[in-house]
Design a protein around this ligand. Structure first.
Ligand code: HAM
Length: 413
């Protein structure tokens, strides 16, 4: 009886070795780039109490309303697979008293996240993010530093066709006042709006700027803009962020209609897009969230950060030629039925000396073994037969060696 073949759940996929290697390289580059800027790694659980996201990300967001993988555990507690990382980092900051450390506390992370969205190219139900958060300072230089770090990360990864949209949302009171003004504007032009936007006038009027509906788009052209309503200190903060970005020579588009899908943002918001990506253009985004730490039970603490989608970075990046990681790669060929013990000692000695080494383990013919050596990209084949020999795979030159140590020297060079 044959069993049916099982598949990975919809919207998830296996990361096969070639892609996994690119992801690891990206992880290494992120650690280096962020480490140099004082960001230290942090890991938070994939499972969190559902309440964290309800409070942190916001009840009115699509994420909380429609996209969370939420379930009850055996004790009847509601848990959620994390849809994003910022709320968890803020919870950890509070839980571990990090507000007592010298500020700002700069952290970075990478790992899996989960959103129950309709899967398509660049949009998955399990995806990976790399993210950075700086807590405990409202200095505009942190906003600018983080934006530049993400720009550097994307450039270093070879992401093509990048554009940066930037805006400021001001503070919560400004947004409330502006929300009322925008609702009144939308209410007056209700007949021109799409049904979806109309249904959300009360709950989330800002989403109207996001609509693809032509009637809504036309109606939004004259809508009041939040950027024109900022209070003086928020406007000053935004001007300082922009001055630092201008000084660093980073190009951006000021986009007063930029809305992000999470409720916690205050002041600076930004999004990097790549034209390579089609419908799911956002490669990475973030902003300031000066009320979030308090929202999850901590003292009033400013914060700012971003996250970027690892799958989207790699989709939009030049497939880089992987650099050789080992000085040499050997394949140990068994030309003699009793050679296994010696071959086994050889691969261990070669690996200990820093080379990549594998031995024959499936009983191929001599010719088959040499073909396999070439397929693995071996620079050398070490042949264990009546005598021990080392073959240079490029030139085909083959010479005898006296023992394991000489074979290792011949391979490493
Ligand atoms: P976000 O914009 O929701 O922000 O997600 C950040 C990035 O994650 C997106 O730009 C995208 O590349 C990737 N992403 C999101 N959803 C999916 C998906 N379904 N499939 C593939 N990739 C996806 C946040 O998550 C915030 N926590 C960012 C932040 C950090 N803000 C402040 N600090």
């Amino acid at each position: 009886m044959t069993s049916t073949k099982l598949q990975a759940p919809r919207g998830t996929s296996d990361v096969l070795p070639e892609d996994a290697e690119r992801r690891r390289q990206l992880g290494g580059r992120s650690a280096e780039l962020l480490g140099r800027a004082g960001y230290r790694p942090v890991e938070t659980p994939v499972l969190e109490d559902t309440e964290l996201f309800a409070r942190g990300v916001g009840e009115s967001t699509d994420i909380v309303q429609k996209e969370m993988f939420t379930f009850e555990d055996k004790g009847g507690r509601s848990l959620t697979l994390r849809p994003e990382g910022t709320a968890g980092v803020c919870r950890a900051y509070v839980e571990h008293g990090m507000h007592k450390l010298p500020q700002p506390v700069k952290l970075w992370y990478s790992g899996p996240f989960f959103r129950h969205e309709a899967p398509q190219a660049g949009r998955y139900r399990q995806f990976a993010q790399v993210g950075a958060e700086a807590l405990g300072s409202n200095d505009p230089s942190i906003d600018a530093e983080l934006i530049l770090l993400l720009a550097d990360l994307l450039a270093g990864a070879g992401v093509r066709g990048v554009r940066l949209r930037l805006s400021s949302l001001g503070n919560a009171a400004t947004r409330r006042r502006y929300g009322a003004e925008l609702r009144a504007y939308l209410g007056a032009r209700e007949s021109e709006l799409s049904e979806q936007v109309r249904a959300r006038i009360d709950q989330n009027p800002l989403r109207a700027f996001d609509s693809d509906d032509p009637g809504t788009r036309a109606a939004m052209e004259d809508a009041p803009r939040l950027l024109d309503r900022l209070e003086p200190d928020d406007a000053e903060h935004f001007a300082a962020v922009r001055e630092l970005l201008d000084g660093a020579g980073l190009a951006y588009e000021l986009d007063p209609t930029l809305v992000r899908g999470l409720d916690y943002y205050t002041r600076t918001v930004f999004e990097f897009e790549s034209v390579e990506l089609g419908a799911q253009r956002g490669v990475g985004g973030g902003g300031r969230y000066d009320g979030l730490v308090e929202e999850v039970g901590g003292p009033p603490t400013p914060g700012v950060g971003w996250a970027a989608g690892i799958e989207r970075i790699l989709l939009a990046a030049e497939p880089a030629v992987a650099a050789a990681r080992w000085p040499a790669r050997a394949y140990v060929v068994l030309a003699h039925a009793d050679g296994r013990g010696e071959a086994f000692r050889l691969v261990r000695a070669l690996r200990a000396a820093g080379a990549a080494a594998e031995m024959e383990q499936t009983g191929r013919s001599l010719k088959g073994q040499l073909r396999q050596a070439a397929r693995t990209g071996a620079t050398h084949a070490v042949i264990v037969g009546e005598a021990l020999e080392v073959r240079d795979m490029d030139s085909g030159e083959q010479r005898p060696v006296a023992g394991v140590q000489e074979a290792v020297r011949a391979v490493i060079g």
